[in-house]
Ligand binder design. Structure first.
Ligand code: DAH
Length: 361
């Protein structure tokens, strides 16, 4: 900044570049420059104006005129820049915009690990020609138990520890019966078979409810995916091939599977399918209780009584069914030791799954 000397005299030409520079200053810098140039007490041009009187008479007129002209040019330039800043400010605030505000961190949701597992499982069965069907979470005893060949008062009905609803029985279903929260997705098999004739290939996802305590391995509500294929000539070979293919698509192409005999009222014969433990690959570890295997679903050939209950001729048609629990499968896949992690919605946990989760701030 060219300074006035002790007499206040200033080199006016040296100030000229400052004129053009005003147009780039922000409001604060502009005020600073104003004080330095036109400030009443110590502004360079004000001191220069005052120094005019001290000059010899013959210089006074020319220098005085030059100082005044320059002062006026600066005053105009300051006014123009102030106006421009003012217009800019009003334009921003009128549009509700403050471009100087820091950006806002944005929450980007992630797909829950259980939903991820469900989507993937449904995708694999879609590739095989299965379609997706849904059923209600409030069911009647008939759909949930009786049509599925549970004999009345069968201990399995207690084993399921059913949550009955305190509502008048529904007249809707054959046999009606009390209303309850479905204990499994198998009743959707009945609804599907009653609604569409074979050939049928469906997967049926949904929540189911049981009077289970909430602990590391149980929850009173959890997801299931039911599967059903009914047609002429379907055999146990189809069941094994389909489910083994599923396991190799879902886990790894080399994953070994095994079928163990089991019992369900709605299938005969019945089996449980195990896959090689995904954590120790069959060597045995705490997660698989040192067996090397993890149970992932129940399955079997649809019981002839179930077909008959749905007006499907068991002499003509056969089928296989299966049911699995995506919560448990998610635990196996991600190596989780406590099912409650999947219910708490703790973002520090959920954030670890999938690409979308990582971008949450
Ligand atoms: N509904 C059974 C349960 O919740 C699971 C199940 C087993 C479903 C065998 C099936 C099946 O369709 O064939 O424990």
């Amino acid at each position: 900044m060219p300074q006035a000397d002790s007499t206040g005299f200033a080199d006016l030409d040296a100030l000229l570049p400052r004129l053009g520079a005003l147009g780039a200053l922000d409001a604060a810098a502009l005020e600073e420059a104003h004080v330095a140039l036109l400030g009443r007490k110590a502004g360079v041009l004000m001191l220069a104006a005052r120094s005019v009187a001290t000059l010899p008479l013959e210089q006074r007129k020319a220098y005085g005129a030059a100082v005044n002209a320059l002062k006026r040019r600066f005053e105009d330039a300051f006014a123009a820049r102030r106006d421009a800043l003012d217009v800019e400010h009003r334009r921003r605030t009128a549009a509700g915009l403050d471009l100087t505000m820091p950006g806002r961190g944005r929450w980007i949701g992630a797909v829950h690990p259980v939903s991820r597992v469900v989507d993937e499982i449904l995708g694999i069965f879609r590739e095989l020609g299965f379609s997706v069907a849904l059923g209600p979470e409030v069911e009647t005893e008939w759909y949930n138990f009786l049509a599925l060949n549970f004999p009345p008062d069968h201990p399995a009905m207690e084993m399921h520890d059913t949550l009955y609803l305190d509502l008048p029985p529904s007249g809707e279903a054959p046999g009606g019966g009390e209303l309850l929260l479905r204990t499994h997705t198998s009743p959707v098999q009945i609804r599907t078979l009653l609604a569409s004739r074979p050939p049928v290939r469906v997967v049926m996802p949904g929540m189911v409810y049981r009077k289970d305590p909430f602990d590391a391995s149980h929850a009173p509500g959890f997801a299931q995916i039911e599967g059903l294929a009914v047609d002429q000539g379907i055999s146990f070979v189809d069941l094994k091939a389909t489910l083994a293919h599923f396991a190799r698509r879902f886990f790894a192409s080399t994953t070994r599977v095994r079928f163990r005999p089991s019992f369900f009222p709605f299938t005969e014969p019945s089996a449980e399918m195990d896959v090689e433990c995904q954590l120790c690959h069959g060597a045995g570890c705490a997660a698989c209780k040192h067996t090397g295997w993890m149970e992932i679903m129940g399955c079997g050939m649809v019981h002839p009584n179930v077909l008959a209950n749905c007006d499907v001729d068991p002499e003509r048609y056969t089928g296989f069914a299966f049911g699995m629990g995506p919560h448990r499968i998610a635990m196996q896949r991600y190596g989780l030791c406590d099912i409650r992690l999947l219910y708490e919605g703790d973002v520090r946990f959920l954030r670890q799954f999938g690409p979308a989760a990582g971008s949450a701030r």
